[in-house]
Design a protein around this ligand. Structure first.
Ligand SMILES: [Zn+2]
Ligand SMILES: [Zn+2]
Length: 241
């Protein structure tokens, strides 16, 4: 087993609030520069740029491993990271999210939502209101993620916006999260009594922010199943923040 430096929460130019240079090339280049072994690509309510980032990383030799995900907004205005082992299940989740997402993006107000290919070429613009709130509850989202064998992680629980703790005041036991994410490493100590695994990641919307927070996973391979086992502390695997 070995240590994998991991940043599981990175946006691309598909998120209206992210910089336009959050493209496959620049994301992978920055991850390589910072010695990051695993990146999670999680745009707001969409995963359309995941295949491009994955293919670009492979074309670069595969030193950076890409895990596909989405950051889903619940009807309680809570962000949940949904990570999947393969594109089939990832896009099945996206379909459910799209079926429960209303509205059209206002590009002037929120920003463009750029779909790219692995060579950073613009393939189109997503017109959905990706910044919007889905009609799904947190509990629905977590259950749907698990039906597709994904991992459900509550985003940035240390923040005052779109965090489960801020919106609900606590984490209800019926919600079967796999982990919680704290954005600011020096706030991890505030959550030491939480009965869930804690990770930290960057929530990067700009290139320079990639890897500003990251988690070490001690495990066999850089993939989702190994991350799941590490969160459970199986067979000597560990998570270190
Ligand atoms: Zn978020
Ligand atoms: Zn985010």
């Amino acid at each position: 087993m070995k240590m994998y430096k991991t940043d599981l929460h990175i946006h691309t130019c598909l998120s209206p609030c992210a910089d336009l240079d959050m493209s496959p090339k620049y994301i992978i280049k920055e991850a390589e520069k910072k010695g990051i072994d695993i990146v999670g690509i999680c745009d707001h309510n969409s995963c359309e740029n995941v295949p491009a980032v994955g293919r670009h990383a492979e074309n670069q030799g595969g030193d950076v491993n890409v895990i596909g995900g989405l950051e889903i907004t619940s009807n309680e205005e809570v962000h949940i990271l949904a990570l999947f082992a393969d594109e089939e299940r990832l896009f099945s989740m996206q379909k459910i999210v799209y079926d429960n997402l209303q509205g059209i993006n206002n590009e002037k107000r929120f920003g463009e939502q750029v779909v790219v290919n692995e060579n950073d070429e613009v393939m189109g613009f997503n017109k959905k209101l990706l910044i919007g709130t889905t009609e799904l509850s947190i509990e629905d989202i977590v259950n749907l993620i698990h039906e597709l064998d994904g991992l459900a992680i509550a985003s940035h629980i240390d923040r005052e916006t779109y965090s489960i703790i801020h919106q609900l005041g606590f984490i209800p036991q019926r919600i079967q999260l796999d982990a919680v994410e704290v954005s600011t490493p020096n706030k991890i100590k505030d959550f030491k009594d939480i009965s869930l695994p804690v990770i930290t990641s960057s929530d990067a919307h700009a290139i320079k922010h990639i890897g500003r927070s990251f988690t070490w996973f001690f495990m066999e391979e850089p993939n989702l199943e190994e991350i799941r086992k590490s969160l459970l502390g199986k067979d000597g695997r560990k998570v270190m923040v």
